[in-house]
Write a protein that binds this ligand. Structure first.
Ligand SMILES: NC(=O)c1ccc[n+]([C@@H]2O[C@H](COP(=O)([O-])OP(=O)(O)OC[C@H]3O[C@@H](n4cnc5c(N)ncnc54)[C@H](OP(=O)(O)O)[C@@H]3O)[C@@H](O)[C@H]2O)c1
Length: 236
């Protein structure tokens, strides 16, 4: 009898990096439930809508997932907000918004799906960032705080959920430019990356797949950044 297909839930799978992760997992044999907020993904086993910034959003997504699937092998927390803000611009609402979506939601979603992850001896891969996850960036204090929290949550949950569930993270450098980045800014940033160029969403997707398939890895924060983290601590 053929082994049952493994099931992955990818958040933020309607666009950009999250979509690349979801498509890569589907190409490699996973049945993919694709979460979205406003851009509905096409061509996956399920498309599940939820606002993960809301306190009840992760539980609502977990309930929608359980209504369609009875197993979960891999949870990828990729949905996030990316907001440059100086200290003067960072009020309580702006700070909370970054932390709610980028750190609290992955924690609550992992918690809500834990029975399924335990049953499948599954794993979680969080998408952090070199910025905040590994180094500080000027002008991104709230964003960096959220990604730093996600990196540390990855380690805490790896400890707490072992040995049945593994928890790892990818820390990408630039793999897809924000649409607002000018050509001059792209050139200047690429010059600070040791490998001399931005990466590709597929680089992140391959790292996610690697961590998902590596049975002796947990609590790992894997940089996929062309060496950018080595080159100074500023520059979002
Ligand atoms: N792009 C890069 O070079 C880069 C570098 C380092 C780290 N990363 C990380 O990689 C991940 C994906 O990056 P990206 O550039 O593809 O992100 P992005 O273009 O900013 O897309 C954000 C994603 O988060 C979802 N999202 C936004 N608000 C949401 C909400 N309230 N509830 C639920 N989902 C929400 C969006 O869904 P909808 O579109 O459906 O609204 C979208 O899928 C993020 O964790 C990011 O921090 C990316």
């Amino acid at each position: 009898m053929a082994a049952p297909r493994r099931v992955a839930l990818v958040t933020g799978a309607g666009v950009r990096v999250g979509e690349a992760i979801a498509r890569h997992l589907a190409r490699h044999g996973y049945t993919v439930a694709a979460h979205y907020h406003s851009h509905r993904p096409r061509g996956f086993a399920a498309a599940l809508q939820a606002d993960l910034a809301e306190p009840g959003g992760p539980d609502a997504l977990a309930a929608a997932f359980r209504a369609r699937f009875t197993r979960l092998d891999l949870l990828v927390n990729s949905a996030a907000g990316f907001e440059p803000r100086s200290l003067e611009e960072t009020d309580a609402a702006a700070f909370d918004a970054q932390l709610d979506l980028n750190a609290r939601a992955p924690l609550l979603l992992t918690r809500a799906l834990l029975p399924l992850l335990r049953r499948a001896r599954g794993s979680v891969v969080n998408i952090a960032d070199v910025g905040g996850g590994l180094v500080a960036w000027r002008g991104y204090a709230a964003y960096c705080a959220g990604k730093a929290a996600l990196a540390r949550l990855t380690e805490c949950l790896a400890l707490e959920l072992a040995p049945r569930v593994r928890v790892n993270a990818v820390a990408p450098g630039t793999v897809l430019w924000p649409t607002s980045t000018s050509v001059a800014q792209r050139r200047s940033l690429a010059a600070r990356i040791p490998l001399g160029r931005a990466g590709r969403p597929l680089d992140v997707a391959e790292a996610v797949f690697y961590l998902a398939e590596a049975p002796y890895l947990t609590g790992v924060l894997l940089p996929v950044d062309g060496g950018r983290r080595l080159n100074g601590r500023t520059g979002g």
